[in-house]
Write a protein that binds this ligand. Structure first.
Ligand code: FAD
Length: 289
């Protein structure tokens, strides 16, 4: 359980970190909270020759409101998201998502950026970021670019961040008026990773019908996905119990559900439907429906 030998770097600016990334290329890995990378290094699933620690880089953590968006620095820990008064008052669902990640040790060290860059198929933030319509800001030698969440998750632990880029900020819109959001997951009893987790955000019109539904699912497949069938099933409907049940039945459609140690394809598909129903029901309640 010892990692392979590596050289440790502690840059003091994004520019310096990018310089190291550019110099060492494939041989380098960024280190954030270390709660995914260090276990992988100990198991020798990752063997970077150069470890570039982002923890001494100023300006990468913290949460601020920027108009109708919460701008969250990539190095902001799960605990900081969970306990932030701005997040609690402006986008409480995100605080709730952070609060169900792992255990206190994981939440005190793990970071938003690390989670979204690592893209574990059972991580919690990805479903929430899909439902909330987040954007990821990446910085490289040529400057910054913004990636919409629907273009972010590329496959198993693969994202749109380039090998020569750093994810520096996550921008999450606050909910529109008459909207509600909720995240419900079936946690693995040991790690608390999501066997299946569903995030739902709904907006109701003046007559109480759903004018917009945004649903993200994690845990079921190789990457978090948008549940388009559920979204279509909700939109335009008055979301009473029967309508929610009908929409939630489509939760596993379009999801590349994978059997694993936690369950069969049938079981995990069932969990998608059950947790979609629970998340939408709570989101509608919070929207005032
Ligand atoms: C026991 C245990 C239980 C856990 N339970 C859960 C859970 O219930 N739910 C959940 O969602 N997660 C869970 N996790 C994972 C945890 O949330 C990690 O913190 C997270 O996945 C990775 O964040 P990190 O900051 O630790 O990243 P690191 O481990 O430091 O890095 C992970 C990967 O992302 C890359 N990276 C990191 N930051 C950046 C950046 N800014 N730009 C580009 N690339 C970057 C690294 O190079 C590395 O490849 C658990 C972890 C453990 C150990």
């Amino acid at each position: 359980m010892y990692p392979a030998a590596f050289e440790y770097h502690a840059p003091s600016s994004v520019k310096e970190a990018l310089g190291l990334l550019g110099k060492h290329k494939d041989d380098a890995k960024l280190l954030a909270g270390g709660h995914s990378l260090i276990p992988m290094m100990k198991l020798r699933l990752a063997q970077p020759k150069h470890l570039i620690d982002l923890r001494k880089v100023p300006g990468l953590s913290g949460i601020k409101q920027d108009g109708n968006v919460l701008a969250i620095g990539a190095m902001t820990t799960h605990w900081e998201v969970e306990s932030s008064s701005v997040v609690k008052s402006k986008l409480a669902v995100l605080s709730e998502v952070a609060s169900v990640i792992g255990d206190p040790a994981v939440r005190n060290r793990g970071t938003v950026g690390g989670s979204l860059a690592h893209a574990d198929p059972a991580a919690d933030y990805p479903a929430a970021m899909i439902a909330l319509g987040a954007e990821m800001v990446c910085e490289g030698a040529k400057g910054r670019r913004t990636v919409k969440v629907d273009d972010w998750f590329k496959g198993l632990m693969a994202t749109a961040v380039g090998e020569d880029e750093i994810l520096v900020e996550v921008r999450v819109p606050v909910l529109a008026a008459s909207s509600g959001a909720a995240y419900m997951k079936f946690p693995h009893p040991a790690s608390r990773f999501a066997v299946v987790g569903v995030a739902a955000a709904v907006t109701l019109d003046g007559k109480g019908a759903c004018s917009k539904a945004s649903i993200g699912i994690t845990g079921a497949g190789t990457k978090a996905v948008r549940a388009k069938g559920v979204e279509a099933g909700c939109t335009g409907k008055k979301l009473d119990a029967a309508a929610i049940e009908a929409a939630a039945q489509k939760a596993a459609e379009g999801v590349d559900v994978q059997a694993d140690l936690q369950g069969s394809v049938e079981y995990k598909s069932h969990l998608c439907r059950v947790f979609a129903k629970r998340a939408i029901t709570e989101a509608v309640k919070r929207a005032g429906g």
